[in-house]
Design a protein. Sequence first.
Length: 459
Amino acid sequence: MKSFFIIPLLLLPLIIFAQTDSLRFKLVDDLTKDIYRTYLDIDIAKAMCDTINNKMLSGKYDTTLNIDEFIYEVNNDLRKVSHDNHIMISPSHFKFRNYEYTGEMHYYSFKQWNRRGKRQNKKWERFWEKYRNRTKYDMFSYGEIKILPGNIGYVEIKDFNNTSFIKKENRNRISIKSVFEFFKNTNSIIIDFRDNLGGYIFLSAKLCSYFSSASDPYFITTESVFRYDSSQIRKEVKFKNKVGIDMEVNKSLIGDKKIFILTSKRSFSAGELSTYKIKQLNSKTSIVGERTTGGGNGHYGGSIEKYYSAVIPCVKVFDEKNFNYTLEAKGIKPDVETTADSALSIAYNLSLQKNSDTSKSKIKYFKNRKPLIDKSDELFRKHYNDFVGDYRKIAITNENQKLFMTYDRYSKQILVPEAINFFATSNFEFVRFIRNSDNKVIEIQIRHKDGYLEKFSKQ
């Protein structure tokens, strides 16, 4: 009888590993089809697919990785081949459910259908009017907005994401026009893109419109690629679109001010594009900080599949007025290259006029905000170095007795302690660290706002 029970127990790990292997093979198989069909360059798409397929078939992916770690390794391989950091593969956060819909079929006359159609159209018209009023195209997410001693304007633009239809999600959004009106009488302006991860091109165009003195409305060109196979024949369809600046904005708000733009390795996508275009449009612009990585391609958002969620670039963004120049994999080299932490102080000193007396000046704030406050004290700080390290997709750093998390290379945010191993942060529900029996930190867990829990082992 004992041997009868031992055999199934011995086979159980093999069954579990077989199921895990099967899941990963299906994931890679579906993903490669998605990349081949979607990615903007067919040759790079093929190279990416061949790389992860061959690595999977030859057993070179570490079988001890959990699904979050495995997907991140696949994502890294795709980025290494393509040099495209817009590619983002993550676990599928949402669970699909089958909903049954039952209803009674009604048979209407033509007049009845016509009346119903008119009622529905009026509802849609009211909805779209409300939607347009709530989703402004010139409202960004900001950090601090202030006038520094010496009459220097400073604004930190966090992203170029659109406003939300939900009113409460727009509380910290301000129109760029009102910001520049606040800076109207300043001597110079510092624009901080060090933590700007990008967003919509048309919002970048709106910002850059204030810096253009040219009569030409051209901003940038996009080329969308759609690819499909039919009868084993590869076909591609490309759509080109020219994005223009807004010629009606009040450009006198900027005038002949000196402009300083702060960059870091985390400045990405539309943040880089805005830096490039402001420098091109305004001759009095200087870039201070770190060289950016070069996120020049675009996409139409992510797709949610059975085994993964994916953002796969399908839009090429280039400057027709500059020999079709693209920022992809090139990035931006600052005029004054320095560390991200030093960029503001250097730009501030450069922006001051000669013999400026800043001793009696006070900082004038545009709007008092309630940022995420670091409530840590000695009880928590003495444990900070336990958490510092590399967790594959996440890097934890201790900077001036504050704990920071950089998620997937770019998104950097402060961790606010609520318990010894438990932290609150702005972009996630919580961050938790797991210790082993020896009290050493071995894992980080991140709860997304949609409920998904990501886990990564400490390296």
